[in-house]
Design a binder for this molecule. Structure first.
Ligand code: SF4
Length: 194
């Protein structure tokens, strides 16, 4: 599918889509919170294990996991996305995916998303668990600040940027388990409020 075709499609949510493709700088901005999460998560290991060799190794393993996780999504989710092989993908994964995979059925997007997203979820959880253990055993002010930075970046900035910057205008929004879950949560919140 050509970029022009994607940009001219009506979105399922009837929201305005940017009339231009994402630039490399915009793609970098979209990737920044994920990169920061991996770097800060690795730093938690280094500081928590007191700059030991084991700390460096565990940080390396976490960083490699972060890279493999991104590749996993590129290989196993992006081929089913409407933005595959276009510059309309906010983070640029869709174009990388096209170098390795063929376009596949968009109808399977939700199914593939549900199957493969859990592969990267531990990236958010592992540093938090490690940090809590490190701080409980031996409180360190620097590690505490790094932990706060990890939580703010990974649990607030990253999902917020994804929803506002990319997912909020995605034509597959209604099929995406992430966005549907958000919608259901909002509806429950409104019901509870009333
Ligand atoms: S929008 Fe998401 S699923 Fe679609 S190609 Fe880009 S990274 Fe992959």
């Amino acid at each position: 599918m050509k970029n022009k075709d994607v940009l001219e499609n009506n979105t399922s949510c009837d929201k305005y889509r940017p009339p231009k493709e994402y630039t490399h700088i915009q793609e970098f901005i979209d990737n920044l919170p994920y990169i920061l999460m991996i770097v800060i998560g690795g730093t938690i290991n280094v500081i928590g294990f007191k700059l030991s060799v084991f700390g460096l190794i565990s940080a390396g393993v976490y960083i490699i996991y972060g890279i493999v996780g991104a590749l996993w999504i590129i290989l196993f989710v992006c081929p089913y996305c409407h933005f595959f092989n276009t510059r309309a993908c906010p983070c640029g994964y869709g174009q990388i995916a096209a170098k390795f995979r063929e376009k596949n059925s968009e109808n399977k997007f939700a199914e593939k998303f549900k199957i493969h997203i859990p592969v990267i979820v531990p990236l958010w959880i592992i540093p938090v668990i490690e940090g809590i253990i490190f701080l409980t055993i031996d409180f360190d002010r620097l590690l505490f600040i790094i932990m706060v930075a990890f939580i703010v970046n990974s649990f607030i900035i990253l999902p917020l940027l994804a929803r506002i910057y990319g997912c909020g205008h995605c034509p597959q929004k209604s099929d995406c388990p992430w966005m549907v879950k958000e919608k259901e949560t909002s509806q429950v919140a409104i019901l509870v409020k009333n």
